[in-house]
Write a protein that binds this ligand. Structure first.
Ligand code: HEC
Length: 558
């Protein structure tokens, strides 16, 4: 597996120690920026473009970026006076278009509202209306004036002003169940003049170090009427736990969307999965204490790091449980558990207990006189590199998350396309010859059978007996599905083809290769550019960066 340049290290560079700027006052700087950007009389702004976006917490492993989806069209309206904003996006995924609407009301919770304040215009509004401080800051070798204000006595917003008095970056922090105080960065570049108002024509928003929006802006209109209407209210489902006894000492603890499983051993219990957040964990722990009052929760088994499956882990750490997870997650959890949590302190933040983490590779077995529980890595799946399933051999029960989510009883018939994640699960189960009858999926309406899984992937049921029979060598596993794939190589020598492919794969994620081809620079010049691109979010393995730089200096040299 490749190692990626640690974004965490780059984030430290960004928060260099504060240095005050002699003889300057923050408000004067803000007024100069308002003037330079032509926004003194700006009331509304509308802009549109295209690019990509991503939700956070669903990366294939903790070191890679959030999986992005192409945004074919993006239109945003901002009402600066009202402090409101709306965006309409058309996303294209697997050839299908879906619409996404985002609306920010002035009184929205901070984890929505921040998205108004990190725009250059929201930032300037806040900087005019609130006390500000001024310091010098440096990011990737570029110097900025950093203007900071605080909203609601709690939420810090920092704007990075460049030497042309343009807002090049805005940083703030929002609460995240897994990451704690999570950094949000808006990065604005390629400013152009639109009827006297300066607007960035390229923007990137990052959350937790990885892009959540990359946008090339092609149309900007100032002071046009905007219509920002609230979205219909969505009722938040109450937290509840519905318990189903599946075998002696094995309980399926279901919630609205995410489930857990309780397994009793002779001296302790283990819980599989701590989804969502602290509220869910507290409800599940209370149910565990009711079902099995006098045994401690020794282990919390985490199937994978996706945030909807790990948001409740910290509550179990606080309750004294050891987290069992695949070893690709150890460093990530250690760092996340230690991150500051000033915005929304949880129980672990108050108790300051140190997390105990026990990792597994391909297989781990928890066993005592009464029970055996096996954990297996699900290999070669398109969903997550470190995803575990749990297997109770004596009870013939399988517990898995995400790879196979049975449809609700009233769901429309499936489209006919076979789900590659469920196929990967089945492939692992057959190879490992796990003998089970019942599946407890951690999403979906409830328990299903082995036969249901075969039906779901439209494969004839292979009787367990024939898998268990000492068969002649079975056919090896199928091809790895879902990810990777070749890039078309340009006309370069066979030797350079892999480098050209790397360039195309890495450097056309945010802008076209025209930008690269328009540049001529020596090795130093390319080193500066590529380092800055990694800072923007370009994904390049650590040992690949020098090779790509050499290649660029050779093929795009001075
Ligand atoms: C995560 C988004 C992203 C990725 C991926 C990315 N870039 Fe960029 N690139 C930007 C942004 C933003 C700018 C404009 C601001 C700037 O220059 O820093 C830019 C500008 C540039 C420019 C013009 C400015 C200059 O320094 O001459 C070049 C050249 C460039 N990128 C090369 C690359 C190369 C080479 C790669 C692959 C290693 C790459 N980019 C990958 C975001 C990205």
């Amino acid at each position: 597996m490749k190692t990626y340049v640690p974004l965490f290290a780059l984030m430290i560079l960004i928060t260099a120690p504060p240095a005050t700027i002699q003889g300057q006052d923050g408000k004067t700087v803000v007024i100069a920026v308002m003037k330079a950007m032509g926004v003194e009389n700006l009331k509304t702004l509308q802009f549109s473009g295209e690019g990509s976006n991503a939700g956070i917490g669903q990366n294939i492993n903790p070191k890679t970026g959030w999986p992005t989806v192409r945004v074919k069209s993006y239109t945003r309206q901002i009402d600066i006076n009202a402090g409101t904003s709306s965006a309409q996006l058309v996303r294209v995924q697997n050839g299908a278009e879906t619409q996404q609407n985002q609306v920010i009301q002035a009184n929205a919770p901070w984890d929505q509202q921040f998205d108004f304040w990190i725009t250059p215009y929201g930032f300037l509004k806040g900087a005019m209306a609130n006390p500000v401080t001024l310091r010098a800051g440096t990011i990737s070798g570029t110097n900025y004036k950093v203007v900071t204000f605080v909203l609601q006595n709690k939420y810090k917003v920092e704007g990075y002003i460049n030497d042309q008095n343009l807002v090049e970056r805005v940083h703030t922090w929002i609460d995240n169940d897994v990451l704690g105080d999570m950094l949000v960065e808006g990065v604005y570049s390629d400013y152009k003049d639109f009827d006297g108002v300066k607007a960035p024509t390229f923007m990137i928003v990052k959350q937790g170090g990885f892009p959540t929006l990359i946008l090339a802006v092609n149309n900007v209109k100032a002071n046009v009427p905007v219509m920002i209407s609230p979205l219909p209210q969505q009722a938040t489902a109450p937290v509840n736990v519905q318990t189903e006894k599946v075998a002696d000492g094995v309980y399926y603890l279901k919630g609205g969307t995410h489930h857990s499983v309780l397994v009793e051993f002779s001296d302790y219990v283990a819980v599989i999965e701590a989804p969502q957040n602290e509220a869910r964990s507290l409800a599940v722990i209370a149910e565990v204490k009711k079902l099995i009052p006098n045994k401690p929760i020794r282990y919390l088994i985490n199937t994978h790091h996706h945030f909807d499956h790990s948001g409740g882990l910290r509550t179990y750490v606080d309750a004294g449980a050891t987290i069992v997870t695949h070893d690709i997650n150890q460093e990530f959890y250690e760092r996340a558990f230690a991150a500051p949590r000033t915005l929304n302190p949880d129980r672990l933040e108050r108790s300051k207990k140190k997390a105990m983490i026990e990792v597994t590779g391909n297989k781990k077995v928890l066993t005592d006189a009464t029970r055996t529980l096996e954990l297996h890595l699900i290999q070669n799946n398109p969903h997550n590199d470190g995803i575990l399933m749990a297997f109770l051999p004596r009870e013939k029960i399988l517990i898995e998350a995400d790879l196979y989510t049975p449809p609700a009883a009233n769901a429309a018939a499936a489209s006919g396309a076979v789900n590659p994640a469920a196929l990967a699960l089945l492939d692992n189960l057959e190879k490992l010859r796990l003998d089970f009858d019942t599946i407890l999926p951690l999403h979906g309406p409830g328990r299903v059978t082995r036969a249901d899984l075969y039906a779901f992937v439209a494969k004839p049921l292979v009787p367990m007996a024939s898998l268990l029979a000492p068969a002649p060598a079975r056919v090896a596993a199928g091809a790895r599905g879902g990810r990777g794939g070749g890039q078309p190589a340009a006309a370069v020598s066979a030797e350079d083809a892999p480098l050209q492919a790397m360039l195309e794969a890495t450097c056309s994620a945010c802008h076209t290769l025209d930008r690269v081809n328009a540049k001529k620079a020596d090795k130093d010049g390319w080193t500066t550019t590529v380092t800055r691109m990694i800072d923007h979010g370009a994904r390049l393995a650590e040992d690949d960066a020098p090779r790509l730089i050499d290649f660029l200096a050779r093929t795009h040299g001075q």
